[in-house]
Write a protein that binds this ligand. Sequence first.
Ligand SMILES: [Zn+2]
Length: 235
Amino acid sequence: MGIDLGITSLLTTSDGEKVANPKNLQKLHKKLRLAQKSLDRKPDKKSNNYQKARLKVAKIHAKIKDSRLDYTHKLTTQLIKENQTIVVEDLAVRNMVKNHKLARAISDANWGEIVRQLEYKAEWYGRELIKIDRYFPSSKCCSNCGHIVEKLPLNIREWDCPECGCHHDRDINASINILAAGLAVSVCGATVRPSEIYSQKAGAMKQKALNSDVRESRAVSSEQRREDVNYLTKT
Ligand SMILES: [Zn+2]
């Protein structure tokens, strides 16, 4: 199963299932904002009221942390128990957190912790966890024909492939691509570079296309593939 980690949905599986962020975290964040405001209104740091307000903020922070971790554990245990092979993107979360707009959402989603838990639980339960390179353009690649669109802004949640006309849910399409890329890696070893991963995938798709009735329309030409690889190495 392929997993796409996101913001709109915490995660989306290649089976088409979407898992939302827990609602209680949103409530706790609202509480935290209010408590922080109240703390900011108390300038005298030696006052009792300031200390009370400070403690309240700290308690909410701890609660958020606990509740997030609890939720992540339930989720990863379920995923591992129900699947023999799971493919995720190896995210450079730390780099992304530097982008302040996305920072809260990402730290909430806790992607890094999800991947870490999947890793050790896969070992516990004898499952296979495959991590693919973060440069793989999982969102922009059509999982039906392999066409890569130039741009796909984050606010576009659904799109139609200009090449084959296939209608895609952004996250489900990405998770299907992640699964395909991961299975290609698992066949030829985990050290494959992203461009090679894509070549493998395109190769697999070419094979599939040749075997079906649509051989001339779907086959990926080697020239097109070279262009794709060039595109990949640039982004
Ligand atoms: Zn397509």
